[in-house]
Design a protein around this ligand. Sequence first.
Ligand code: ADP
Ligand code: ZN
Length: 667
Amino acid sequence: MHYYQIAVDAPLPTVLTYKSENELKRGQSVIVPLGKRKANGVVINSTPDAGPHQLKDIISIDETQPVLSDKFVSWLEWLSDYYVHPIGQVTSLAFAPLSANVKKRKSSKAPVVKTYQQSQPMTLTEEQAACFTAISKSSEFSVHLLHGVTGSGKTEIYLQLLADVLEKNQTGLVLVPEISLTPQLVERFAARFGEKIAVIHSHLTEREKTDQWWSAVKGEKKILIGARSALFCPINNLGLIIVDEEHEPSYKQDEKLKYNARDSAIVLAKQMNCPILLGSATPSLESWAHAISGKYQLHQMKHRVSHRSLPHVDVIDMREKQNSNPDLPFWLSTPLYNAIVETLEKKQQVALFLNRRGIAQTTMCRACGFTHRCPNCEITLTLHGERHLVCHYCEYTTRKEDYCPQCKDGELAALGMGTEQLEKDMQKLFEAAVVARADRDEITSRESLEELIKRMEDDEINILVGTQMIAKGLDFKNLTLVGLVMADVGFNLPDFRSTERSFQLLTQVSGRSGRHFDDGGKVIIQTYNTEYPALEFSKTADFEGFAKGELELRKELLYPPYGRLASIRIIGSNLKSVEETAELCAERAKKLKSRNEQKPSAYSEIQVLGPAPSPLFKIRNQYRYHLLLKAPPTGVLSSFCRQLLGDLKWASTGTKVQVDIDPIHLL
Ligand code: ADP
Ligand code: ZN
């Protein structure tokens, strides 16, 4: 008889032991009895000691799943351990989307990857060639950060590196943010590699996804391009992983297994001993810090290809009377209006962005731009109800007065102005122009986004109004004016990363302008806060200057990359139980901190902030509280959280307690 530890697809904290007459391999899929039902599982280890319990038999080997490699299983174990998530629910993510038993239905749908006219490798620019040569030297695990301004030709480097990978008969994995996985992008890869490409994104049917998945697993397709979940496709023989737009917050999954695909990809590359390339025009400060410390290899491209300039950026101070005109909507300055008129006359396209995401319920003084900040956390206070300004990190509260405490003159107004208004106003002002809007209300499906992109490409749209949905990655040949309508909204989100996000957005948005014109096009940023540091730096695309200042702030406050965070969320439909559990959790955390004997110094340095109501306090009738744990950048935070949650029997019934390691969304 053999004994095996099985990761069973169920919310269990550990593996379960089963017996079997057969000899099984680590990574093999099995069906096991669990209570009265059957469950899927993955063999983790064989174990010599059966223990005192009566063990159940493994029902069967699941031949419909691939056998996972030893290293891939190790990576899944790491995920479970690091993100404090049940091992069986992590391993189940590596299963095929549909089991192979499900019958194929005949379909006459368009192929997932179309055939395009073949594209030839371009002669690399000097900057590109230098980066390419340096990166292609690595054949073993190493992390490369490719920092290249928008339009510097990062994608061409990816393509040529992947060509090398194919040459060596290896496989490649390319992760891109879901929103960037447009036909435009797929086309660039498919035109170069044709039949060798598999693509996985959330808008494929389960059947399509499964086919793409298997073709990559079996090695029929050599390059897999996908959004973050493609990471779980157990590809063999990996020669390179590329994470494009590595700074994108969407690499973090917010529910269930709360993993960051970029970070997890680095660990996977380490397991597989292959190089990994992170690319961005605005790297995350975490990656940047590693690059300047030498932990990652840094490669930079400071120019757009073909000597095209970066766009010219003008910042318009909305507080200055000379910039406004009573005949225009309040949000539109005279300079931006004039630029729009000029651009339309030249038969070129305009894009207007309004960075309004989530609950930007902050207040700002219309006269001087003042916003309330928390004295403890250096973040913006959020307005609750009419008068309560609350810090969502430490629960500091203050009262909102009618007039600004700084200039005693201006009125404190809640910011709130949407893209829909913007579209209406534009249509009224420019009756003859075709105005289109792209935001989550208007663009609800992938098809509608693709259609919009096509209309932009075909020059059927003159003015595009949108949220950050269209800020990223897109490349429109005739777009030469980009306006940021109210840049301030994003400056004041209650998140320590809000400055970084603003810088990224300003840079990405600007990067859409004039990509095919030698003069680089024009960007106009309207703001009430001209002195905002991210603005000054993004004007000249000075990422390094920005990063330097921002990293100093992070260091002072022990925020990532100098410290690590974990967010503990307490959720439930009964407010009192949620509050009680949150309090109890904080008490447990404080006790655990002082009690731990094995790692006294490490645990004692963990700071426990809160509990505080989450900014999104009530969602779908569920109340939410959270605690924030701040720790030095050592490995103890996950084990601390695991102990903190324990068996969860201490929590009030009906409340959920969740851990988010390295949280990105603190709302
Ligand atoms: P990034 O990803 O850095 O924003 P892209 O890879 O999209 O930049 O490149 C910008 C544009 O320059 C694209 O239209 C691309 O086809 C073109 N391009 C890239 N590399 C070269 C090159 N070596 N020679 C000529 N054109 C290039
Ligand atoms: Zn003021």
